[in-house]
Every structure is written in structure tokens, then in C-alpha cells.
Design a protein around this ligand. Structure first.
Ligand code: N01
Length: 553
């Protein structure tokens, strides 16, 4: 399925590095660049045949970013900013992947990346104070530091649906889409799942396929992207003040998803709360944000994620939009989310999602009401006996988020303690970047940091910058070992929970909580206080000599 990297599969045979990085997505790529800049030797291991991480794998039709392209890009190189031109407000997956390839070429990254291998083990040795890392292709290497740049949404969730393997036609995973594309023309397609991936894919597949059946367990809230080509004059003006915009993104303005791309711009919340405002005033405000498009919508009223009354007003507005768009009242009703407050599952950003259900060749099947009994050779049967046949099946069933990739690896820290044991009741970190008992290990955008609630590129750059500054600090002070202190970690985990509990997020039953994976501990994983607050804390910790971490020479 994957295109070959053309790279001979050389092996590392007990080679030694300063740093081993797991993953060559946007985090691993930038980290490699920064480590080299410090004169450190680094090896990156990557499962894909090339760079790009999530954008390498998720090639499903309609895949594009929900953060604005001018904000979802590296800020570390002015030259790169100047020479790269995004074509649309929201970049498509192929364009983002071209960007990743361009970055890899410009900074000559690939020579230190070993592709097409999966890291299986990472063990810390107390005596030498080094990590030994092994891959499924037989590599073995050691390094003083190990950095997990494994991505938050990189391990697909295999849904527990009986008979999946019995389907005789092709089954496609949105997260492992064939590299040469899929032609659905003339075919009947079934898709399971209605999260962000499906909501992007459904309109595109519907336009191509003979028929599309959408199997929906939980309806999601989606807002229009209002995507459009970028006007070169606007881009020039934006780039003229790129540093200012980047600063806004770092402080989380416009949720960091893009601050000023399309006029009139929101910049920040328009009002603090809907309380005391007339219905007309609130409606006009939401209407304005709806027309601006994108995830900004959820930030129109500042307390949407804290105040159930505000949240209901915003959710009712979206439900009204769904009913006004979808012509068949029963379908509209089934598409209206009622089981969770808006925003507590990741808000989806779409192009013509609800409109697609007005097409004659699209049918919505509510599998909450009538669950799937089993898939068979030609389609599936619901528990009420209803049959649905199709020629191809698409699974858009999500990921084992945030901890999945880390726990897939046999990670062992001091005294041989495994990360799986340490996190048996849910992930525990200090600042989302260090784990007590796991010296010299950094987790980029790990659980306990804003990560998936933020523009990932912004959070990736922050964590990479923080990590390399920390390694530099150790070098300058002659430290060979760093470890998050248990007390700091406990305090941080308590704080992350406290922040989450003050919001409506825990009511969402989402992958943020691990609720999509049967048996996964229910812990709200990202830090919900915002990237501005988080940056201030992380910077203060660094300025105070990385307080909360213990060092040894
Ligand atoms: O996955 P999801 P996703 N039987 O977990 C359903 C990012 N992303 O890949 O809600 C039947 O959101 C499940 O139903 P339910 C973004 O952060 C970003 O779509 O569990 N259905 C749900 O409908 C996003 O949040 C972009 O009841 C089953 C769906 O599958 C995250 O990735 C684009 C099932 C899974 O939805 C994940 O999005 C794409 C079962 N057994 C993704 N198991 C952009 O930048 C699961 N489902 C725009």
C-alpha cells in the first residue's frame, strides 16, 4: 500500500546517538532540525515510507486541515514562510504532505531518518543512563535521550463489529488510505463513523459513488469551513506581519486555529457569556461566526465550554442550522446531536456535510437506534433484521488517542518499570512532557498538555523548543539525567483534572477521555486551560531551572 521511500533498508547495529526520536511527523522533523542545530547526533525512526505523520497516512477523500493553513505551518524559518504559498484557507492533505516533503528537502532531514520500521522497545538502563531502542526491522541503537514524537492520533481503533473480516469487497480505513486513491464511481459504498474524518469524506465519496450509506452511531456537531482560495494580496499582507500573527497563535488567540485569515476576523471571543443578552443579539453573533466559518465558531462566546446555558444556546443554533439544511425531517432529526454538549467532542469542520444528505444517492442509518448485528460478505445486517448491501466499506472509526502510540511500544524506565504499568489507570505526566520514573524521556504533545485542544503545529513547536532548551540547559550544567519528580507530577495531574472538571468537556464521552476505546481508563487527557496559560507555566518552569524535575550528573 505504501509508496517506497527508495531508501535501502539499512540497519542500526548498536549505534550510539545523543537523541533518538520516534516518529517523523511534524514534531519529529522539527526536533531533528533543532537537535542538529545544537550539534547533537540524532536518529529518527518512522513507520511510514516518508515524512508527514498523520498527513502521510490520512489520505482519504476530502482530508484537509481544520486549522487555517497560514497558522498550521512551521514558524521557525522566515525563509520557509516566505517561499511557501498555501493555496486555500484550509489546506488539503496532499498540499500539507507536499509541504512536509519540502521541509524535509530544504533542511536535508531524511538522511537521519530510518523509514518503514516501527519502534517496538525503548528501555532505559540505570547504569549507563541511556535508552536502548529497537525496531521491528532489527535496528538497535542507544542514546542519552529518547523523545516520543509519536502523534496523538496515530493508532487506528479497530471497532468491535462482528463479521468485519467476512466482507468480500474492499475495506478502506480513512487512517490508512491507499496511496494511489480509490475510485468509487459506479459503486455502492457503506461508511461507518461520523467523526471529523467521515464528515470530510462523506460529501466527496457521495459525489462520486453510485450510492452511499452512512452508518451513524453518534451525530456530531459540524460547522462550515467556508473554505476558499487564498487571495495572494491577502497572503502578502498577512506575511508582512507573520511574526505578529505567530505570536497570536502562540497565545491561543482564535484558539490558535488561525487568527485573521478571513475578514471579518474574530481574533478572540466576541462576548464573555450569552447571559443578559437579547436572543436576537446572540443569534446575530452566532450567525456572523457561522458565516466566517471554521472552529472559531465554538469560541464566539467565551464561556461556551464552561456554562451549560450558553452551551445549550450555541448547540440549539447548530441544530437549527441542521434542520434548515436537511430537507427530510427524520434525517435532520437523526443528524442533530443531543447526547453531548457542543464542543465536548471535537467540533467538526466541513464542506457541504449536511447538504449531502439531500442527495438522492445518500442514506443515513441510525445504528444507535438499530445497532449493527454483523457484517457479512455483501454488506451488513442490523439487529432489527434490516439489511444494507454495498460493494465497498469505509471505516472512519477513530483512534486510540494520545496514549495509543506510546503504549504500543514496550517502554521501560528506571528499574525496568513499564509505561503500561505506570499508566494502568490512565496517563500521568508532568506538564505532558515528562513522566516520573522515566528519566531522559520526553513526550511531545503528550497527555497533560494542550495538544489536541490546540493547533497541533503551535503546540509541537512549543514542546520541541522546550525540550531542546532543556537538553541544552543540562549540557551547560553538566547534567546527564533528568526526571519528573513524583510530587510535581501528582500535582500536575490533579491540576489537569481540576481544570477539565471546571469545563463541560468530561460530559462529552469522547476520545479526549478515552471513551471510544472499550476498557480504556476514563481520564480527560489534554490540558484544557489553553495554550497561553500553558505556555506561561512551561516557560516559568524552565526559567526556574526546570523546577519539578530532578537532575543528576
Ligand atoms: O474519529 P472519531 P475521526 N460502531 O473518533 C464511530 C482529528 N481529525 O477519525 O461517536 C459504530 O472522531 C464513532 O461513533 P461514536 C480530530 O481531532 C482532524 O473522525 O463512538 N461506530 C464516531 O462516529 C478528530 O476529532 C481532522 O458513537 C463506531 C467515529 O466512528 C480526530 O482526528 C480530520 C464504532 C469515530 O470518530 C478523530 O477523528 C480528521 C463502532 N464500533 C480527523 N467505533 C481535521 O483536521 C467508532 N465508531 C479536519
Amino acid at each position: 500500500m505504501s509508496s517506497s521511500s527508495q531508501q535501502p533498508l539499512e540497519h542500526d547495529d548498536n549505534e550510539e546517538f545523543d537523541v533518538i526520536v520516534v516518529g517523523a511527523g511534524f514534531a519529529g522533523m522539527y526536533l531533528l532540525h533543532r537537535l542538529r542545530g545544537m550539534g547533537l547526533s540524532a536518529r529518527v525512526y518512522e513507520t511510514g515510507a516518508s515524512v508527514g505523520g498523520t498527513w502521510y497516512w490520512n489520505r482519504y477523500p476530502g482530508a484537509r486541515c481544520d486549522a487555517e493553513s497560514l497558522a498550521y505551518s512551521y514558524s521557525f524559518s522566515r525563509e520557509l514562510e516566505d517561499e511557501w504559498n498555501w493555496s486555500e484557507r484550509y489546506a488539503t492533505q496532499p498540499e500539507i504532505l507536499r509541504y512536509a516533503e519540502r521541509v524535509a528537502a530544504k533542511f536535508d532531514l531524511k538522511r537521519d531518518i530510518r523509514f518503514e520500521r516501527r519502534v517496538t522497545r525503548a528501555h532505559f538502563d540505570d547504569a549507563s543512563g541511556r535508552w536502548t531502542v529497537e525496531t521491528d526491522r532489527g535496528d538497535r541503537a542507544s542514546a542519552r535521550f529518547c523523545v516520543m514524537a509519536t502523534g496523538c492520533l496515530s493508532v487506528p481503533q479497530v471497532p468491535q463489529i462482528a463479521g468485519l473480516e467476512d466482507f468480500a469487497g474492499p475495506t478502506y480505513w480513512t487512517s490508512k488510505w491507499p496511496h494511489d486513491g480509490v475510485d468509487f464511481a459506479g459503486r455502492r459504498v457503506g461508511i461507518i463513523g461520523t467523526g471529523s474524518s467521515a464528515i470530510q469524506a462523506i460529501p466527496v465519496i457521495a459525489a462520486q459513488a453510485k450510492h452511499l450509506t452512512v452508518f451513524q452511531r453518534t451525530p456530531n456537531f459540524s460547522v462550515p469551513a467556508c473554505n476558499a482560495p487564498l487571495d495572494p494580496k491577502f497572503v502578502d499582507a498577512f506575511k508582512a506581519n507573520y511574526p505578529g500573527h505567530r505570536q497570536n497563535h502562540r497565545l491561543g488567540m482564535g484558539a490558535g486555529f488561525g487568527d485573521l485569515t478571513v475578514e471579518p476576523h474574530p481574533g478572540g471571543p466576541a462576548i464573555e457569556t450569552a447571559a443578559g443578552r437579547s436572543e436576537k443579539e446572540v443569534r446575530e453573533l452566532l450567525e456572523k461566526y457561522w458565516r466566517i466559518g471554521g472552529a472559531h465558531f465554538i469560541g464566539a462566546i467565551a464561556d461556551t465550554m464552561m456554562n451549560p446555558d450558553t452551551n445549550r444556546i450555541v448547540a440549539d443554533f447548530v441544530r437549527g442550522k441542521i434542520r434548515a439544511t436537511v430537507k427530510d425531517p427524520a434525517t435532520a432529526d437523526a443528524l442533530c446531536p443531543t447526547s453531548h454538549p457542543i464542543g465536548t467532542k471535537r467540533i467538526c469542520v466541513d464542506t457541504d456535510y449536511y447538504e449531502t444528505f439531500n442527495r438522492a444517492n445518500v442514506k443515513l442509518v441510525d445504528i444507535r437506534k438499530n445497532p449493527i448485528d454483523r457484517v457479512d460478505a455483501t454488506g451488513l445486517r442490523l439487529q432489527n433484521g434490516e439489511r444494507h448491501d454495498f460493494d465497498a466499506l469505509v471505516l472512519a472509526t477513530g483512534f486510540d488517542a494520545m496514549t495509543g502510540a506510546l503504549l504500543k511500544i514496550d517502554v521501560r524506565g528506571a528499574g525496568g518499570r513499564s509505561l503500561r504499568d505506570a499508566w494502568a489507570t490512565g496517563p500521568r505526566t508532568y506538564l505532558g512532557i515528562g513522566v516520573a520514573g522515566f528519566p531522559n524521556l520526553f513526550t511531545i504533545t503528550g497527555p497533560g498538555s494542550p495538544s489536541v485542544l490546540s493547533n497541533m503545529l503551535v503546540s509541537i513547536e512549543q514542546h520541541v523548543d522546550w525540550t531542546v532548551a532543556c537538553i541544552d540547559y543540562m549540557r551547560k550544567n553538566g547534567y546527564r539525567r533528568i526526571e519528573a519528580q513524583q510530587a510535581s507530577q501528582d500535582q500536575w495531574v490533579g491540576h489537569v483534572n481540576e481544570v477539565a472538571d471546571a469545563t463541560l468537556f468530561p460530559q462529552g464521552g469522547s476520545w479526549y477521555l478515552g471513551a471510544n476505546i472499550p476498557g480504556k481508563p476514563r481520564v480527560f487527557m489534554p490540558y484544557a486551560a489553553g495554550v497561553g496559560v500553558y505556555r506561561e507555566i512551561a516557560d516559568r518552569v524552565a526559567a526556574n531551572g526546570y523546577e519539578g524535575f530532578a537532575f543528576a550528573r
